[in-house]
Design a protein around this ligand. Structure first.
Ligand SMILES: Cc1ncc(COP(=O)(O)O)c(C=O)c1O
Length: 418
């Protein structure tokens, strides 16, 4: 390998460390759940980082120290649910460990087709296509549908996978200001000459926990003859009266042309995702979407686990109700102690610290007190909006939430924020 290139890579890594952008990975020594075990200092994959989570979790036994987890997308607490594990194990017993194939060669089992039907029923769409990840669903959705004579109009805060999907497509690109309908309309007008227009947005934005203004988007799409595409990764399973996601939240079921979502968050949290919508669109994706055509099929265990997750969510709303209870309990208590929270109707609760070093120090102190949260600072969020992002789960008990609030209060006093 060229010495110059190696030197440049090392310098690039050093630069990330110097700018506080180096991402280290904390090692868990048990399953993903409300209470997790975090390994000692020796097992850290790196140092520093933008997460604001310091090394304090290393204090503890070799098997790891127990902390309460408030930074997973385990919204419904299904990541280590016994019935999902049993369903995954049973699917693996019946259909094997892996398929060693892409779907169109010999990687489609009956259970893949069944999961596609069940996801479509859950989302109220005509058909769905599975991907190894929602990242792939977003990466493979635009290019087959749109060409240079078309336009994609994208919210400026959309997830990286939408941005990459747009880049892989030859359609003209337009960006509108985050959730700003006047800006979206301007961009739709600018794209007026395009053959087809598609508006792309996250359903729930993960940094602020806000929900895309779908009523305005759907109305503009109708007026400007555009399609709508919503990435519902942070909504599927818990948002809306029965957890069907952002469209159901607004009473707009059946009015979104394309929904992409993940099985890697509320639906058991393993991996995999899908694109769901009109039959003709999904049929074309099966023929032309590159991450589907040229990547392995979902493992049977994940298919079995995801199907059970959908059943559990479909049976009743108890998990989602528990999550809503937890969100309300946390938000009300944290506001009472005088901390500034962004009040959004999702399970993502940003506690605004504003000052960057203080946000980092706060996350460190919370971890020392057994509360695992992540501090986000510039450039992940705009300057002056540093925050601790708290993600609630149905798996949290009232006592977990009360402990977190007490730790927030103590840390905030230590840092003279209160
Ligand atoms: C909005 C959004 N879209 C897509 C993804 C990718 O999901 P997956 O992990 O299934 O690739 C994520 C995951 O972070 C996300 O938050």
């Amino acid at each position: 390998m060229s010495q110059n290139m190696l030197d440049d890579i090392r310098a690039g890594i050093e630069d990330l460390r110097a700018k506080g952008l180096y991402k280290s990975e904390r090692v868990l020594t048990g399953p993903q759940q409300a209470h997790i075990r975090v390994a000692g200092p020796g097992s850290r994959a790196g140092a520093g980082g933008d997460t604001g989570a310091g090394g304090a979790a290393g204090v503890g036994t070799e098997a790891g120290r127990e902390v309460i987890n408030f930074c997973a997308n385990n919204y419904l607490g299904l990541s280590n649910h016994p019935e999902i594990i049993a369903a995954a194990a049973s699917a693996m017993e019946d259909r094997g460990y892996g398929l060693s194939s892409v779907r169109f060669i010999c990687g489609t089992q009956d259970i893949h087709k069944e999961l596609e039907r069940e996801v479509s029923r859950f989302l109220g769409t005509e058909d769905s296509i599975l991907y190894a990840a929602a990242f792939d669903a977003n990466g493979g959705v635009f290019e087959p549908l749109l060409g240079p004579e078309d336009a994609i109009i994208s919210d400026e805060l959309n997830h990286a996978s939408i941005i990459d999907g747009v880049r892989l497509c030859k359609a003209a690109r337009y960006r509108y200001k985050h959730a700003d309908m006047a800006s979206l309309e301007e961009q739709l007008q600018a794209a007026g000459d395009a053959r087809y227009r598609i508006i792309a947005t996250d359903g729930v934005f993960s940094m602020d926990g806000d929900i895309a203004p779908l009523p305005g988007i759907v109305e503009l799409a109708r007026r400007y003859d555009a399609l709508t595409m919503v990435d519902d990764c942070h909504a599927t399973g818990y948002l809306g009266p029965t957890g069907r996601g952002t469209a159901e939240y607004y009473g707009l079921e059946g009015q979104i042309d394309i929904i992409t979502t993940t099985f890697g968050k509320a639906l058991g949290g393993a991996s995999g995702g899908c694109t769901s919508g009109r039959g003709e669109i999904i049929e074309l994706l099966r023929q032309r979407s590159r991450p589907y055509l040229f990547s392995n099929t979902l493992a049977p265990a994940i298919v079995g686990g995801t199907r059970r997750a959908l059943e559990l969510i479909g049976e009743d709303t108890s998990l989602k109700d528990r999550l809503e209870h937890n969100v309300a309990r946390f938000k009300s208590a944290i506001s009472k102690i005088g901390l500034d929270v962004l009040d959004r109707p999702t399970a993502i609760v940003p506690v605004m610290i504003h000052d960057e070093p203080t946000a980092v120090a706060m996350a460190d102190r919370l971890l020392e007190k057994g509360i695992y949260v992540i501090g986000f600072t510039y450039p992940v969020v705009p300057k002056g909006t540093a925050r601790i992002r708290v993600q609630l789960s149905a798996a949290h008990s009232d006592a977990d939430i009360d402990r977190a609030v007490a730790a927030f209060e103590e840390s905030a006093r230590e840092l003279e924020l209160l």
